[in-house]
Design a protein around this ligand. Structure first.
Ligand code: FES
Ligand code: FES
Length: 131
C-alpha cells in the first residue's frame, strides 16, 4: 500500500507527540482502540478558560494512517472549543489525508479519540459547570 504525501508528512514529522502531566490544569485524556487491528490511540487536550482547547498531544501505537490522523487532529482541535472539536468528522480527516477505504477506520479512531477526550474533560469538570 502506498501512503499519500500528507500521510507521509505527518508520519515522518508527527506534530505534538507526547503527553501532558495528569496533574496539569485542564488536561483530559481520550484512549481508544481499534478492534479491527489492535491499534491504540491516546489523545490529550489541555483546555483553558471558556472551554477552549489550548494544546493537544498524542501517542499512537499503530499504522502510518493512524499516526497521521492523530497528528492532524492535534492541529485541528487547537483553538477550538470542546464543543467545536466534537464537530470534527472522520470523513474530513480521511479526505484531508486521502486515506484509501481500508484505512478509513484509522480516521474513525481519531474521531473517537476526540470524543473520548472531551467526555473525560466533561466528566472532570461537571462540578464546575453547575453554578
Ligand atoms: Fe497494523 Fe494498524 S493494522 S498497525
Ligand atoms: Fe488500524 Fe490504522 S488504525 S490500520
Amino acid at each position: 500500500m502506498s501512503y499519500s504525501v500528507k500521510v507521509l508528512d505527518h508520519y515522518e514529522n508527527p506534530r505534538n507527540v507526547g503527553s501532558f502531566g495528569k496533574e496539569e490544569e485542564g488536561v483530559a485524556t481520550g484512549m481508544v482502540g481499534a478492534p479491527a487491528c489492535g491499534d491504540v490511540m491516546k489523545l490529550q487536550i489541555k483546555v483553558g478558560k471558556g472551554g477552549v482547547i489550548e494544546d493537544a498531544k498524542f501517542k499512537t501505537y499503530g499504522c502510518g494512517s493512524a499516526i497521521a490522523s492523530s497528528s492532524l487532529v492535534t492541529e485541528w482541535v487547537k483553538g477550538k472549543t470542546v464543543e467545536q472539536a466534537l464537530g470534527i468528522k472522520n470523513t474530513q480527516i480521511a479526505e484531508e489525508l486521502a486515506l484509501p477505504p481500508v484505512k478509513i477506520h484509522c480516521s474513525i479512531l481519531a474521531e473517537d479519540a476526540i470524543k473520548a477526550a472531551v467526555a473525560d474533560y466533561k466528566k472532570k469538570h461537571a462540578d464546575q459547570v453547575v453554578g
